[in-house]
Every structure is written in C-alpha cells, then in structure tokens.
Design a protein around this ligand. Structure first.
Ligand SMILES: [Zn+2]
Length: 243
C-alpha cells in the first residue's frame, strides 16, 4: 500500500534500484528530460513506461497479475435523464475514487472505457500480494462511493436507486504488451482479463465478484460459498465469490 504520493518512483526503485524523484525540487532536473509521474500510476514514472516499450521488442510478456474491472451501474439510463453537467461530475467522482484507490494499492489504471475502469495489479510495481491489494482497492472504491451515494442520489433524483458500482476481479497469467498494428495500445489481454470483465457484468450494484483464483490468493479475506455463473464466452459455469 502506498498511502501518500510517493516521492521516488516505486517501479524504478524496485526493478532498477534507481532513485528517481517524482515530486519536489529534486524532480525538476528530471522533468527537463521528460521524466515525470506516469498518468497510469503517478507513483511510477515515464521511464517505467519506456521500460514497457523495451518489453515491446518482444511485443508482449506473460506476467502474473490481478485484473480488475469496475463499472458504474445505471449510467447509460442516466445519460437520458441527466443534465450534461451532472453526468460529467458523476463520472469525475467515479474516476477519481477509482484512481485514488487503485494507486493507493499500487495498481496501474490502464484504461477508462466509457463508464468502466480497467486496472492491473503487479505491474510495474511488483507485489507478492497483488490479488489482496486489488481486493482492498475494490473495497475502498465501494466504500468511497457508498459514502457519497446519498448525496449523489439527491443531486441526480429518483433514478438513482440502481446507482452503484459493479466490480469483477480475476488473477493469473496475463499477456501484457502493446497490441494493434495501426493504433498501438499498451494493455493486458487473455482469459484472466475476459473473466474479470465478465464477472464485472454479473456483479450487482455495490457488489464485488472474484474468481476462485483470487479467493485462493487472498487467504481469509473472503468468506462464504461461491455461486456458479454462466458467463458469456465461457463454456463451463464459472464459480464466483462475493468479495
Ligand atoms: Zn520509474
């Protein structure tokens, strides 16, 4: 967990044993050379992003990672009834809460897709307990949103009953790299990503659903039995646990 903005790049320190200042007067000379906090995790730097492109020479690498999708439920319906300004502020709140929680637990906020957020844990900041960190981040996202829910609901009006965040998490080997010919995109792909995305679609507002791989890696953080879900694209039912 990284509660405060880190003063040194966590990725460079961990992987290269290089102290790269991210903030404060010491960071100024580095900024001249374009070395600054990464937009995907401000506790890492743009050198770490360049390290990605080194990896890209191999196009992609297989890494052990935890993948999390969080989606703002009810957003599509709200786009029809809400003023643009209220919508923007709702999305801002959602993105900001997600980013803060993901970065706090050393995850990479890889993408925001419409009303959903896609995060990867264990890259470039390595964490033995990346599944637990992802789950902690997910719980914090839910907690932050719940604390503001009533006020948001009041601002938005009656249609806010279904307002909430659905989250899906899976862990395992993931292909990480730059994909696409015309538009190169740094991201993760594979079964773990698909399963996390599908788990997210069946999570109710306010719910976190995790796979048995996540449950195994998070020791006693998850209690209760799993439930089998028919997930699109998966032939066999997938057991998910409430996180
Ligand atoms: Zn770095």
């Amino acid at each position: 967990m990284t509660p405060e903005p880190a003063s040194l790049c966590l990725g460079c320190w961990q992987n290269l044993h290089l102290p790269i200042p991210l903030r404060g007067p010491l960071s100024a000379p580095f900024r001249v050379f374009g070395i600054k906090p990464s937009r995907m995790n401000p506790n890492t730097c743009t050198i770490c992003e360049m390290a990605f492109s080194k990896i890209m020479k191999a196009r992609a690498v297989t890494i052990e990672a935890t993948v999390m999708f969080a989606d703002l439920r009810g957003y599509t319906e709200l786009t029809q009834s809400l003023e643009q300004e209220a919508l923007t502020s709702l999305l801002d709140t959602f993105y900001d809460d997600c980013a803060a929680a993901i970065w706090r637990y050393d995850g990479l906020l890889n993408k925001t897709i419409g009303d959903a957020v896609f995060a990867i844990f264990n890259f470039p900041v390595r964490r033995q307990d990346h599944a637990a960190e992802a789950l902690r981040a997910a719980r914090e996202i839910q907690k932050r949103f719940a604390a503001q829910h009533d006020q948001l609901a009041q601002t938005i009006g009656t249609s806010a009953a279904d307002l909430g965040i659905g989250i899906g998490i899976d862990s395992g080997e993931t292909n990480f790299g730059e994909f696409g010919q015309t538009h190169r995109d740094l991201t993760a792909i594979g079964t773990v990503v698909n399963r996390a995305a599908r788990a997210q679609t069946v999570a109710k507002p306010g719910e976190i659903l995790v796979t048995s791989a996540v449950r195994e890696r998070t020791a006693d953080m998850i209690r209760g039995d799993g439930r089998d879900y028919a997930l699109k694209g998966f032939g066999m039912p997938v057991t998910l646990f409430s996180g």
